[in-house]
Design a protein around this ligand. Structure first.
Ligand SMILES: [Zn+2]
Length: 788
């Protein structure tokens, strides 16, 4: 529910693409030096024996005379890689038929979704380990030598795990807040005063005090046309259910009923004076209103069109426009912003430059609000506030919330309190925890080595642009300049090593006297910190979308930057002792993915300085769009059986472009490595696989993932990333390199479709591209893992 990424030091940016829709912590790095044929004397015989055993049991073809002993790499890194892969590959599947099942089949069988999760993957395993490290850090005694926020977060964590104290506090502070909003009729209809109620002020207060957006939304972010400056955005809000569910409620009657029950149970727990029948009527009116709002909102895919969502005005000019829609229903924009900014120290002026993202949404909102019963609007606003706050209250409310989340995601037991609290701590204090995390487990060599890989990938990307026969020269030049200008942020910001800088980053943050009031105080702190950015320049040198303990990566089109937090710089993504085939199939593809985002259907609309400005000549643009359409159609053809839904090729286009580009680029970077350094050794127990084949299996392995059907539905409706299975099959089907590495025969249903096949049109043409997305969706989802 709460936004889990850390706000930047300066103004925040709205548009960010991540490798995966998740965010949390990371793990212990492996040690090592370069691997390969340097089989030193100390071979771990025990591990080797285990590998041989596993290899036989898995039915792997055993080594024949064609492979020399010297060709096998027996370093620790190679043994670890062999073990990992042997525990994942299903040798009985034909890689040319189903590369996902081949690469991950055994892993999937051995790694069902745990009861406390809605999916389980390599990402989750790393997140779980990082969460454990985080808990250890947070359980340490406070230390005066440390920066103040490091000690604050320990206090915060302590208050979070103290469920007895939380129980003793009970619901009183929540009831107090509801009273501040004039009461909630679902609990106490007599208290609500229709003449005193101001929907606009209430919506602004919900935004300011709980980070939730309701009916409308606002935030401060870089001005997309001039990213050195920041500006106020007005936007459509988030919703309590996925938008895809709300716009087709008849298709999801179970979920709608669960949502209704959620509202009714929360009101009941708050001590309602209403009968259940009255409560259900009230809850249904809330949902009906939310359905109406969702139906006038835009889909995420529609929001990739920057020209459509970038509508600059002066505040007073926009006031005249909306007043012109209906003279009897004015939305007083300055009052709204004054309220949202009221504790930020920033004064909004009459002629404030603003950008309206969803002009049509606001145009259509006015008649809906005008016709709606004021008490329904009030009930809805307070509901969104309450829904955002109940998870931080007593066990009864946490259980009610869990039941609702369970219906959305399919997980069976909640996270432990320790895990929940480590996540809550990271949500605000991720950078402070990162100071200790880096000290405890991070290997600085990873930073150096992966920085070098970024340069290798950048150089390959530029070469691919140079030889792209479908691009005109002027556009090639601009694309190469953009790739050169792209900034890379690796592992953690340097200022984490400076105690004063860490304190400055968290300046003004104070905890409350209970866990609940601390959460309120942190929400307000985060909101105000974002709003204060309005009078600050955008700082291009310091953009960290993630704190260090996150297993993810990101591209920011507004800053033209890529970020790889420390959490992803570990196996299976990267290990300095691991074979390069695995590092290029892992973090190499992630790097290529993020670089490619700079050129996907969203990123391509921004220039090298991150400004929303066209730099494509018309001829190249037409061809680019044609290729994008091709890929969109291709992915829309993928059917996720367990969910009974197709992939949404438009929603996922940017990520798919990035996945396809990332795989292609990293494979070439790996070929360059082999050219310069010679072929890598084979892996013990997997001697029948060439290093090039291992590259692709390494790639597929980062996507070994089990998921509940409920979560899969949710992902297909809301996540710009395709399900794991198609993140493997899509790019592989479009890769001639893959077909060659595995000598796959042409097969319309397999991994090497024929040229006349639609998908092969993509494979031939959908080469150099990539995407991105912002959007503050507030569906109740657990932090996911993966890269953006
Ligand atoms: Zn991405």
């Amino acid at each position: 529910m709460r936004n889990s990424s850390v706000m930047g030091r300066f103004a925040t940016v709205a548009v960010v693409t991540t490798f995966l829709l998740l965010a949390t912590t990371s793990i212990t790095p492996t040690l090592g030096a370069s691997l390969l044929k340097e089989n030193s004397g100390n071979i771990n015989q025990e591990k080797l024996a285990a590998i041989r055993e596993l290899s036989k049991a898995a039915g792997a073809p055993q080594r024949d005379a064609s492979i020399n002993e010297e060709e096998i790499c027996l370093t620790e890194g190679c043994l670890d890689a062999a073990l990992d892969l042997l525990n994942a590959i299903n040798m009985t599947v034909d890689p040319c038929k189903d590369f996902f099942q081949y690469s991950c089949g055994r892993w999937l069988t051995n790694n069902p979704v745990p009861p406390s999760a809605s999916w389980w993957s390599r990402f989750n395993m790393l997140i779980y380990e990082i969460n454990n490290v985080t808990q250890e850090i947070l359980n340490e005694d406070p230390n005066d030598e440390d920066a103040k926020p490091i000690n604050q977060v320990k206090d915060f964590y302590k208050s979070c795990i103290d469920i007895d104290a939380i129980e003793a506090v009970g619901l009183d502070p929540l009831v107090q807040i509801i009273e501040d909003f004039g009461g909630w009729q679902l609990v106490n209809p007599g208290v609500w005063n229709s003449t005193a109620f101001d929907w606009l002020k209430s919506a602004a207060e919900v935004r300011r005090r709980s980070l939730q957006s309701v009916i409308i939304s606002t935030h401060v972010s870089a001005d997309l046309k001039n990213t050195t400056k920041t500006v106020v955005y007005l936007d459509q809000p988030g919703f309590g259910l996925p938008r895809g569910v709300l716009i087709a409620p008849d298709n999801y009657t179970d979920l709608i009923t669960t949502y209704e029950n959620f509202i009714v149970e929360v009101a009941t727990e708050l001590g309602t004076s209403q009968t259940e029948a009255q409560l259900r009527t009230g809850a249904r009116a809330i949902i009906d209103l939310e359905v109406e709002l969702a139906k006038i909102s835009s889909s995420d895919e529609a929001r990739y069109d920057m020209g459509r969502i970038y509508n600059p005005y002066m505040l007073n000019e926009y006031q005249d426009i909306t007043d012109g829609i209906d003279a009897q229903f004015s939305i007083a924009w300055k009052s709204y912003l004054d309220q949202v900014f009221s504790s930020s120290g920033v004064e909004i002026v009459e002629s404030e430059p603003i950008v309206v993202n969803e002009v049509e949404y606001i145009r259509n909102l006015i008649p809906i609000l005008k016709d709606a019963a004021p008490e329904t609007v009030a009930n809805y606003i307070v509901w969104r506030l309450v829904a955002g706050l109940v998870p931080d209250t007593n066990s009864a409310m946490r259980n009610i919330t869990f039941k609702f989340q369970q219906a959305l995601t399919g997980f069976n037991v909640p996270l432990t309190r320790d895990e929940t609290c480590a996540n809550a701590a990271n949500a605000v204090f991720g950078m402070a925890i990162g100071v200790k995390y880096i000290e405890a487990v991070f290997d600085e060599d990873a930073k150096t080595e992966v920085n070098q890989m970024v340069e290798n990938l950048r150089s390959i990307f530029k070469q691919m642009v140079e030889v792209a026969d479908w691009m005109q020269n002027e556009t090639k030049t601009a694309a190469i300049a953009k790739a050169d200008a792209m900034r890379s942020f690796m592992a953690y910001p340097d200022w984490l090593k400076d105690k004063e800088a860490v304190e400055e980053f968290y300046e003004g943050l104070e905890l409350g006297d209970s866990y609940f009031t601390s959460q309120l105080s942190l929400a307000l702190y985060r909101m105000d910190k974002g709003l204060k950015g309005l009078r600050e320049p955008t700082n291009r040198d310091e953009f960290w979308k993630f704190y260090p303990g996150v297993v993810n990566a990101a591209y920011s089109p507004e800053l033209n930057s890529i970020t790889f937090p420390a959490g992803i710089l570990q196996p299976p993504f990267f290990g300095k002792l691991r074979p390069k085939s695995q590092n290029y199939g892992g973090i190499g593809v992630v790097i290529g993915h993020e670089i490619t985002h700079g050129f996907d259907n969203r990123g391509s609309q921004f220039d090298k300085d991150g400004n929303f400005q066209n730099w494509w000549d018309n001829v190249t643009k037409v061809e680019y769009d044609r290729r994008g359409q091709c890929m969109s159609d291709q992915y829309s053809g993928f059917f996720a059986e367990a969910a009974g839904l197709h992939v949404n090729g438009d929603l996922t286009l940017g990520e798919n472009i990035a996945d396809n580009g990332g795989l292609r680029e990293s494979y070439r970077a790996y070929q360059k490595y082999v050219e310069d350094n010679g072929e890598e050794g084979r892996l013990p127990g997997l001697e029948h696989l060439s290093p090039n084949q291992l590259f692709f299996i390494g790639y597929a392995n980062i996507w070994c993932e089990s998921m509940t059907p409920e979560e899969l539905v949710s992902q297909l409706l809301t996540d710009p990333h395709s399900p794991a299975e198609f993140r493997v099959k899509g790019p592989v089907r479009n890769s001639a390199d893959f077909a060659e590495a595995f000598s796959c025969p042409e097969d319309p249903d397999g991994m090497n479709p024929p040229a006349e096949d639609e998908c092969t049109v993509c494979s031939r043409y959908c080469v150099n591209s990539s995407i991105d997305g912002s959007s503050e969706s507030e569906q109740v989802r657990r932090p996911i893992s993966g890269y953006d």
